[in-house]
Design a protein around this ligand. Structure first.
Ligand SMILES: *[C@@H]1O[C@H](CO)[C@@H](O)[C@H](O)[C@H]1NC(C)=O
Ligand SMILES: *[C@@H]1O[C@H](CO)[C@@H](O)[C@H](O)[C@H]1NC(C)=O
Length: 418
């Protein structure tokens, strides 16, 4: 068993960058690559196929990331880092390879936490790091079939105490369902039960529920690939949802729209540009640099510089060696989560608490997010990309560009669209 809680190797980077975990990861081409025409039918069958693809990848542990050093064209970019956040808003896992699925990297944001109300109303509030800064003290990692979560006291370097061990693929039979509504897009999750809930509750100091997504798609409500500005998909009737669960009929009725997400906020993928992280660092005082993990991206790209903030105009990134694309449809507007002190698990003080303001000066560049500085691009995997594996070191290039940028749209969230 590899050492998956490799805390010490991250110490030199400081705890802010730490929290990473090594994920013994994957790689496919095989399952999906060899049977591209095979239809996935119904939720369960699809989950099974993805898991099989993933398991095959894991067995091929000798697979080395394909490092390509011949990036000389300014048009070529390199995958510098890949991140997966098994539990939304907790620390992420830095991985060497990650498998594309329509709803985001496999294992990304498949769990989330909800806070129970203090009164007796039984209502649940979605937890996110901007409001619950102590979420940065929880460090998930993946080991085989297990999701491990450890907790670090504020200001300390090393996690202590009991590690919570969860099934990465919990059997949802017998689990209570829990209604989750994020940004007006509902889904049904599964309550992971008292062991997990008590472990988290005792550390947060209030009652929480850990929910598992269980392959119940949420709809992305805006910036869908191939759809015009202002388009929002209609929720499916429960009848057509039920039909799609019947394998044979479901496969005939296979929904071709790529508009589904898990517990991700607004899109399956978030792509950022390392140079822009450096640009934000240059706004901070000399002894601090921007902690890239606060941007909570999935893919960090680096390249020789072209133009400032050029990523605002990216419409797609292409991975020539994978024959896969990520279609970039919208900008990511930023909130107070950037000001969280990840080390202390509380709102940042001094310059650290002003990062949002420092960016607001000149990064409010999207009419659809008038008050929020923009950092990073939201993306969706193109058809045929599911099951392919992206590796650190892979070369990619910007496909198309949007000459006049894109406007963020999401009912209830975006500005100018109410
Ligand atoms: C990445 O960001 C930097 C700084 O904003 C910018 O100069 C560069 O052109 C960007 N890279 C690409 C490929 O757009
Ligand atoms: C951005 O560019 C892509 C690719 O050319 C195009 O499909 C899309 O409609 C453009 N979006 C906007 C808002 O112009």
């Amino acid at each position: 068993m590899p050492d998956l809680l490799d805390w010490t190797s991250h110490q030199h980077q400081g705890i802010l960058v730490g929290g990473a975990c090594t994920l013994i990861y994957l790689v496919s081409y095989f399952f999906f690559g060899q049977q591209p025409t095979r239809k996935i039918s119904g939720k369960a069958a699809r989950a099974f196929q993805l898991r099989q693809a993933f398991d095959r990848i894991k067995k091929k542990q000798d697979v080395k990331p394909l490092i390509q050093d011949n990036v000389d064209s300014p048009e070529m970019l390199k995958v510098k880092q890949l991140w997966i956040y098994p539990i939304k808003s907790l620390r992420g896992c830095s991985v060497q390879q990650a498998m594309l699925t329509n709803e985001g990297f496999y294992h990304d944001r498949r769990f989330m936490l909800l806070k129970k109300s203090d009164d007796t109303s039984e209502t649940l509030e979605n937890m996110h790091i901007a409001k619950f800064a102590s979420m940065s003290l929880f460090h998930p990692s993946i080991s085989g079939e297990k999701l491990l979560v450890s907790y670090r006291s504020p200001g300390t370097e090393e996690p202590t105490g009991e590690v919570l061990e969860l099934d990465l693929h919990p059997n949802t039979k017998g689990l209570e369902t829990v209604d989750v509504n994020m940004h007006r897009s509902p889904t049904t999750g599964y309550n992971m039960g008292s062991k997990a809930n008590e472990w988290f509750s005792s550390r947060f100091g209030f009652d929480v529920v850990l929910a598992f997504w269980g392959d119940n798609p949420r709809l992305a409500l805006g910036n869908i690939p191939g759809k015009p500005y202002g388009y929002s998909p209609k929720p499916k009737s429960s009848l057509s949802q039920a039909i799609s669960q019947i394998p044979l009929v479901g496969s005939l009725m296979q929904d071709e729209e790529n508009d589904k997400i898990a517990f991700n906020d607004c899109a399956p993928y978030l792509v950022i540009n390392q140079s822009s992280v450096d640009e934000v660092s240059s706004r901070l005082s000399e002894d601090t640099s921007m902690d890239l993990t606060k941007f909570r991206s999935n893919i960090v790209l680096s390249s020789p510089s072209l133009r400032e903030w050029e990523e605002d105009y990216w419409a797609s990134i292409e991975f020539p060696t994978l024959d896969a694309r990520i279609i970039l449809t919208g900008n990511c507007g930023r909130c107070a989560s950037l000001n969280v002190d990840y080390n202390m698990g509380q709102p940042g003080k001094g310059k650290e608490g002003e990062i949002l303001k420092l960016m607001q000066k000149d990064r409010r560049v999207d009419e659809g997010m008038k008050y929020s500085p923009i950092f990073g691009r939201y993306g969706f995997v193109s058809k045929g990309g599911e099951g392919k594996v992206v590796k650190v070191g892979d070369v990619c290039r910007i496909g198309e560009r949007n000459e006049s940028g894109t406007t963020f749209y999401w009912p209830g969230l975006s500005t100018g669209t109410r």
